[in-house]
Design a protein around this ligand. Sequence first.
Ligand code: HEC
Ligand code: HEC
Ligand code: HEC
Length: 461
Amino acid sequence: MRLRINRIVASVLVSIGVLSVPADAAVSPARNFSKKFKIVLTVVQEKCMACHTRNFNLPFYSRIPGIKEIIEKDYRDGLRALNLTGEFAFNKPLPGTISEAALAKMEWVIQNDTMPPAKFAVVHWGSRLKDGEKKTILEWVGLVRARYYATGTASPKMAREPLQPLPESVPVNFPKVDLGKKLFEDKRLSGDNTVACVGCHAHEKAGTDNRRFSEGVRGQTGIVNAPSVYNALFNIRQFWDGRAADLQEQAGGPPFNPVEMDSVDWDQIIAKLAADDALTGEFEAVYPDGWSGKNITDAIAEYEKILLTPDSRFDRWLRGKGYALTPEERSGYERFKAYRCATCHVGKAIGGQSFEYMDLKRDYFADRGSPLDSDIGLKGFTGKNEDLHKFKVPSLRNVELTWPYFHDGTVATLDEAVRLMGIYLSGIDVPDVDRKRIVAFLRTLTGEYRGRALRGSPVEN
Ligand code: HEC
Ligand code: HEC
Ligand code: HEC
């Protein structure tokens, strides 16, 4: 019965041309782009967009009980797994809005031949991807990645890997960096002069505090786990829910958060800092217009640009030093890709490039219990229901040092983090032996800070 309804639905979909592209997803082909690009564009429009773009107008019969549930489920699940609304805007200069995470996801489904869904392809003739189309899309993914996202330091063989080496450095203004470092460590940014940024993002703890929830002024605790400040520069936005666009905007948050630093306003902070003649002299030499919230956060953000941890064993391996990883660690990386981990933990920061549902494949929140205010995720920032339970994918750089894990800080070991990721995000029970390999791989992501091993205590399991 179920199969019959599926068939009926599918043939109706085809006959009334439902699988055309909705207006808001229409793409104007870039003028000067290669033939390859145009093929990809056409294929994606014809064979993918219908299930992976928002504002898709469901047809009239979608209200018929029985049919309604099936159609709605496909569109809902498809959109949750990959939302291409706004992506593939090829009329914009590349990489336009094609995110690194979307590229990695496309690559994965084509390599593994899982899209369009089999049950759909069976009834919808011609929806399947032809071999030539697959080849073209994969070539194109590699091309876009190499051209727009790769850091350029990987060996030629690794240039198209979804994970890329971390840059050794980025250009900075050193006098600003020096000031930013002082302010990052200055307790006068807090209302009662007891808490500095570095208190919750400690160098000896790889830029975190190794606590479930951070402790702010007067011993108060927050509601979400503190991510590392190392490599945060590369996040598409800042905070678990992305409410700050960049590092400068982010740095304006904690000083006035009542449970973190609890200052009243910039005037209160600046009154204290301006009383410090030495610091004020230094500050005015760099910022002639003197103390302001804008200048303070600018300096802190500049300092955070040097908080990079390149040169992990994995980076060396990507740069062509084959001996840098053991066979177990290498197979861990292969498993990491095979289990879809690299479709979200992607790029040079190995994360930070997209927002994803923590309950993608199963209801993490119901299984865990004890609801937290922070579980709301991206919805807390955008106010949109569709963003409920979406979180910025954390970077996995130095992950053996940044315990405990997840936004709720509930996970104490890497083995458990990998197990839960398998169940809730990848939809797979990762076998013990593969978890061991993946954890071995994750431990190779610990880098160096200014030429020295990053400080911190490695998680035991
Ligand atoms: C009939 C609707 C439909 C069509 C057409 C479709 N998808 Fe999907 N897609 C889904 C659903 C449903 C999911 C959720 C996972 C699942 O159920 O397998 C999904 C998941 C995905 C994912 C996330 C990874 C995963 O496996 O969960 C990617 C990437 C993806 N699709 C890409 C594509 C591409 C590329 C095309 C075109 C070649 C395409 N899809 C065509 C419905 C569709
Ligand atoms: C009381 C502890 C505490 C203090 C003090 C603190 N932070 Fe944080 N920091 C956190 C927590 C917790 C989060 C995560 C909050 C969220 O996502 O909602 C965070 C997030 C961040 C992020 C975002 C990282 C990411 O991956 O999204 C950056 C960057 C950061 N803090 C820098 C700073 C700076 C700069 C200061 C000082 C101005 C500071 N923090 C002060 C606890 C603290
Ligand atoms: C669909 C996207 C997606 C996939 C697939 C995925 N992850 Fe994640 N990962 C996330 C998100 C989102 C979080 C943060 C979740 C939260 O805190 O609520 C996360 C968190 C983690 C963490 C904890 C990091 C920290 O600092 O808290 C680890 C470790 C991790 N993932 C490893 C993996 C591994 C290994 C796989 C493959 C088995 C995987 N992930 C698959 C999106 C994904």
